[in-house]
Design a protein around this ligand. Structure first.
Ligand code: SAM
Ligand code: SF4
Ligand code: SF4
Length: 333
């Protein structure tokens, strides 16, 4: 079995299908930096559906079982459902998911479900239109995201909602969000604000920790920890003591989970990354476009994975935030 230097197998592949987004979340693509002159990838630089399908088959042959589409905003990629249909048909792909800001989900949910998508994670950081707008760079509305969630649910997709909690931005929304999604029996996951990329001006004291989140919730809705669904699940699970549903907390800053990290990432222009906080990736697109056969590409991926030692979140300290890192919108969250 393929293993990296820390004996972690390769199980998940996150594929970014675009580096563009219709939001400008301050913690991901601050509008001051991702402005009209930002050098986004051109369409000929993006992997084609044929290229993505070919790479997925190669990754599956090396142990990948779960595929997640992300971005930028993946629903901006034209005809994404066609790609999903092609990937769903690959034998060995056991799980197919999408992470989206939800703004275009109402329009696409049915096609995505028909194409074979199983699960969708929708990002939503507040139910308050004013605060949500402040966070996303005045681009999207809570109403549209909630309609997208509703439509996805109706289409038969399993929906989880992700909320990044940043001090000074939305910690006052923790309880309101929990209440709202508890009543709808949907799983809400709180994400600690991370030092991804080099543009969001991350500061440790802006991280609202898992402990703080749980303290706020426990005052209103007492919780108890429950077992992970599977080894390596990134969210720590908690059940409401009244039996009415559960939440998750992704505490990558205060409780890193690198030891069980089995994820590789493929950027929209075909670079393979072995960590969310990587500085550089391996160019698979050149191999694809220079006529390399599957075996050559497979060996390249094996070589990258076998040399992998990444454990950034375990090594995080006051200096690592200045290390050059690829942007989250580029690598895919
Ligand atoms: N645009 C889609 C979305 O927002 O869901 C997919 C891509 S986005 C980069 C993936 C996830 O990363 C989102 O849930 C987003 O909230 C999260 N994210 C982005 N920047 C983050 C940061 N600095 N810390 C923690 N999570 C972050
Ligand atoms: Fe866009 Fe998602 Fe980043 Fe927000 S978190 S700017 S929605 S890619
Ligand atoms: Fe995986 Fe890197 Fe995150 Fe650690 S820091 S869990 S190695 S992506």
């Amino acid at each position: 079995m393929l293993q990296d230097q820390l004996k972690r197998p390769l199980r998940d592949l996150r594929i970014s299908v675009t580096d563009r987004c219709n939001f400008r979340c301050q913690y991901c693509m601050p509008a001051e930096i991702f402005g009209p002159d930002y050098p986004f990838l051109k369409s000929e630089q993006l992997l084609t559906f044929d290229e993505i399908e070919r790479l997925v088959k190669i990754f599956v042959s090396l142990g990948v079982k779960k595929i997640r589409f992300t971005g930028g905003e993946p629903l901006l990629r034209p005809r994404l459902s066609e790609l999903i249909e092609r990937i769903a048909a690959i034998s060995g792909v056991e799980d197919l998911a999408l992470t989206t800001n939800g703004s275009l989900l109402k329009k696409h949910a049915e096609d995505l479900a028909k194409a074979g998508l199983k699960r969708v994670s929708v990002s939503l950081d507040s139910l308050d239109e004013g605060r949500f707008s402040e966070i996303n760079g005045h681009r999207g509305s809570v109403k549209a995201v909630l309609e997208g969630i509703e439509k996805a649910h109706e289409a038969g997709l399993k929906v989880k909602v992700n909320m990044v909690v940043k001090r000074g931005a939305n910690e006052e929304d923790i309880v309101a969000m929990a209440k709202f999604f508890k009543e709808r029996k949907q799983i809400l996951r709180f994400i600690e604000y991370m030092d991804v990329g080099n543009t969001n001006g991350w500061k440790l004291d802006e991280v609202v920790t898992k402990q703080e989140i749980l303290e706020q919730l426990n005052d209103v809705f007492p919780l108890k920890p429950i077992k992970p669904n599977y080894r390596g699940e990134v969210a720590k699970r908690y059940q409401y003591l009244d039996g009415d549903g559960e939440i998750g907390v992704i505490s990558s800053v205060t409780e890193p989970f690198c030891a069980t990290c089995t994820r590789a990432r493929l950027s929209a222009e075909g670079k393979m990354y072995t960590c969310l906080f990587a500085s550089s990736g391996t160019d698979l697109r050149s191999l694809l476009r220079n006529g390399a056969d599957d075996e050559t590409i497979q060996h390249c991926v094996i070589n990258v994975w076998e040399n992998r030692k990444d454990r950034y979140s375990e090594e995080r300290n006051q200096y690592t935030k200045n290390k050059p890192k690829v942007e989250m919108s580029h690598i895919g969250g």
